[in-house]
Design a protein around this ligand. Sequence first.
Ligand code: SAH
Ligand code: SF4
Ligand code: F3S
Length: 439
Amino acid sequence: MRRYHVTTFGCQMNAHDSERIKGMLESLGLGEAPSQEGADVLVFNTCTIREKPDTKLAAYLGDAGARKRQNPELVVAVGGCYAEAQQERLFELYPYVDVAFGPGSIPHLGEWIGAGGEAPRGRFGTHEHFAGDLPMHRERRFSAWVQVSMGCNSKCAYCIVPAVRGREQSRRPGEILAEVTRLAADGVREITLLGQNVNSWGRDLRSNLDTEFGELLRACDAVEGIERIRFTSPHPKDFREPVVTAMADCAAVCEHVHLPVQSGSSRILKAMRRTYDAERYLRLVARLRDAIPDLALGTDVIVGFPGETEADFMQTLALVEEVRFDSAYTFIYSPRQGTEAATMAEQVADEVKHDRLERLVDVVQRIAAERNAERIGRIEEVLVEGASRTDASVLRGRTRRNTTVNFAGTAEPGELVDVEIEASSSTTLRGAQRTAVAA
Ligand code: SAH
Ligand code: SF4
Ligand code: F3S
């Protein structure tokens, strides 16, 4: 049997695309190799959101080239956002790459790899089908990603995603619900709805279907067997009242929102073309907290966007202090070729960016640690995932607020159990199982 290995970089959408890539290869009769060693087909599903993933990929492809010199039969395929950004140039940079394909061309992967390399070497910019219609190799038994849209219509000045993922297209609600129902029948208890701008879902369907994301949440909530619903990432500008009330009303929708703010300076938000200012973001946070008691909030923050002054950065720190996020991903601004911000004057010096990141991380971690410490003594509902990554005698799972908990207990993966929280760090909780809730 020919065997494949897929290496995945980037966001949850890419991780989910890899489930489809694997499903496609398996439907062609290939089996999965546990590592690159011994694989006949090497696939890299790439990310290009910042410079770092590009550099990381270069090292991986260097290794793949060396393997290929020893085994000329080896097929090297590069998919995802970096491939889409580079197009045919990829073959000049890495001549030993056999096949390259963008995120919109996953449905065609089988034709080439199955055909043994007779097909075109590269395929980009199609985006005509949802990968959601393809066979799938699911990575997790009780949790699943569900793609609700592809692409992004925003114009955030720093971001390469619209260039590599195309215009936003919503998947039909009937297809989404059929998939959710299938997953539930398969034992899945938690779904995460995925879109680059997940809560603008439905807008492009409106010519013949009057719907919006809140309605989709309600429909998923009604699917028997689905105990937890998450979604990522919503854009603050599209977080409308019907979504807030759907979150408040639906028992399965978790008390957790990842709400990227990017900056606390309204001046920088404007230059980023985020289309909201700091005040509007804070009003949305207040509304969410009012409607959804005990809500956990996560965010993304960029430091060192072109023109960001010390005063702008201080406003970011102030916003982080004011909101008190439960978690935050922090990024150094990375110029991406072809984006508006890459050619802006006033690029911020590297040492200034690093200094700001360090100061931001200090604040983010202190607040996250304080937020988690507030959980001590409470009982949290935990969806059991398996053994702890660091200590096999301890179980691991997640709370509805999306915090990882390591706990002493006897539950099986996929069960929902009550755990009393006894200790905390900035990223995890520790506790002990109390009672088994309905299995
Ligand atoms: N579609 C999602 C994810 C975008 S990428 C969303 O809009 O939320 C995830 C995060 O990467 C962004 O929220 C942003 O904080 C960060 N990011 C995107 N482009 C970047 C760049 N050029 N430099 C640094 N961080 C970037
Ligand atoms: Fe990028 Fe902005 Fe679209 Fe998110 S909303 S994918 S940050 S352009
Ligand atoms: Fe995701 Fe990276 Fe593409 S963050 S959308 S894999 S550029």
